[in-house]
Structure formats: structure tokens, C-alpha cells
Design a protein around this ligand. Sequence first.
Ligand SMILES: [Zn+2]
Length: 313
Amino acid sequence: MEKHLGGAVVHIKLANQVSFLNRAALLGVLDGMPRDGQVLLDARETDYIDPDILDLLRDFAEVTAPARGIEVSRLGFDPAHRMPDLIRYVDHSSRELQDSFTPKDVLGLFRDGHERFRTGRQLTRDLGRQMRATAGKQHPLAVVLSCIDSRAPSELIFDLGLGDILNIRVAGNVISGEVLGSMEYACEVAGARLILVMGHTRCGAVTAAVDLAGSPQTVAEATGCEHLEPIIQIIQQSVGKPSGHAHASPSEKEAYVNGVARANVEHVTDMILSRSRTINKLHGSGRVAIVGAIYDVTTGNIEFLPHGDACAA
Ligand SMILES: [Zn+2]
């Protein structure tokens, strides 16, 4: 069972060789399909299908299923099978979905998507079709502020598709006028219902902020990067917040840096609400929720932080 944005889809993955031996099992599954449901017949890993079984599948798709209100999608059949690829379930965000989802529902989608990512059970998506379906207009459900880190791409971590979220990525997931402006656009104009501020473990920007705290050198002198200073400055407002010592053993230092990353997410979340009246208003009316999270690049786990919004609880 796959839980897509538009509802549940029963995903039937056919074997490499489908013979008469599979007939009884397949009939059992098709007969057990609930009325008005969605089913995906997936033959992408199939090299051979017995002609009788093919007749059975075609009969189900063309006669039995429509009579019971079941919509049948197909993927990976051979042209000779006369069952061309067809996806009928809704797997991208639309205006109707955006309107019907509460911020809490959207957070639920993130939790479910991350669980699929963590357990290797990603949804079956047709990105080409998603591209065409979302080309006219986007109706993103959330805006994610995250770090530029190559190990933390939101769409993969939360098993999302095209058109699902707006992404703002900046080292250390900090805010600036440009970031706030993008976030305001995401919520006020594009209709996002959730703001997720996602930091991560082993963050290079946070590590630099910890290392350079109290250093006589400027950020530019220490790193050779001319424009890094404002980013480090924001993160350094959270240095000293976690207990422990930054210069202890490597594992203690790593734990300390991760603690600063967490405090930085909480600090940035507070800054968004205190600096943007647009977002503060949407948040106050319950239209938009704001949630912090820490992604662990070593385990793939995500921790939603209790700080801040009630919907994170
Ligand atoms: Zn980072």
C-alpha cells in the first residue's frame, strides 16, 4: 500500500516470470481490492507474462475494476501486451489538496515520507508526468529552509515529488532579508501551509562558527571566504547555548557542534516569527505552522523539535 497525496494506492509488483502458478494468488489480490480504490499493476521487473495471466489482468483493468469503481494504473508492460503506461492516481499537490490540508496534515506527510525514505519504501513516481501535471501552476504544501549540505536534500529525505515543496537552501540554514522574502512569498502567495527549518548533524557552517568563536581572526581571514561572515555571525548567537565544551574529545566536540546546530534551528525559528510580520500574521491565524528539525547525516533519522509550534508535538 502506497500513501500518495491523493490517497492510498495498492501497488502490485509482478514477478520477473509470471506463470499460471501465480494465477490463484493474483486473482485473490484482485478480488480483494476494495471498491472505489486505486491499484497500480507494476511490470517493470517482469520479463515474461503467461498469455492467460495477461488476459486476466486486461479483463480486470477494462471490465471488473471499472464496474467496481476501481481505478487501474499500469507501468512497465511491453507494447505487445497492449497495456500502455497509465498513472491515474493523484501524486502531486493541487489547489484542492493545498486547501484541504491543515499545517498538521502537512507535517504528517513529512513524517510519513521520511519513514519511507528511512525504510527504503519510496513511492512509485512518474516524474515526467508530475512535471507535465505541475507545469501550469504550482501548489506547494510547505517551504523548507535547510543547509546547502549535499547530504541533506529535502525532497529525497522526505520522499517528495515535483511541485510538493519550495526549497530555500543556505549554509547553516540561517535567515537574511532574501530568505525571509522567499519564505513570505512561499506562504502568502504560493500558499504553503508549513515552514520547516531543518538543520543537520556534522554541519560545516556550524563547526566553523564554533571553531571561530572567540578567534582573533575574522571569518574572511580564517576561511578565505569573503561573504561568509553574516552566516557565521547568526550561528554564533547559538554558540554557548548547549552544555559541554567545544574543545573536548572529538566525539564530545561533535556532540557539542550538533547541540549548537539544534539551538541554531530554534533561534532561526524564533527570528522568523519576530522579524516577519507577514509570517507572524499567518502563524497567528493558524494558516501556517513553523517547525524545526534536525537531520542526522550518519543515521538518516530526523528529529522534529518540540520547541515552537504546537503541531510539532
Ligand atoms: Zn550544514
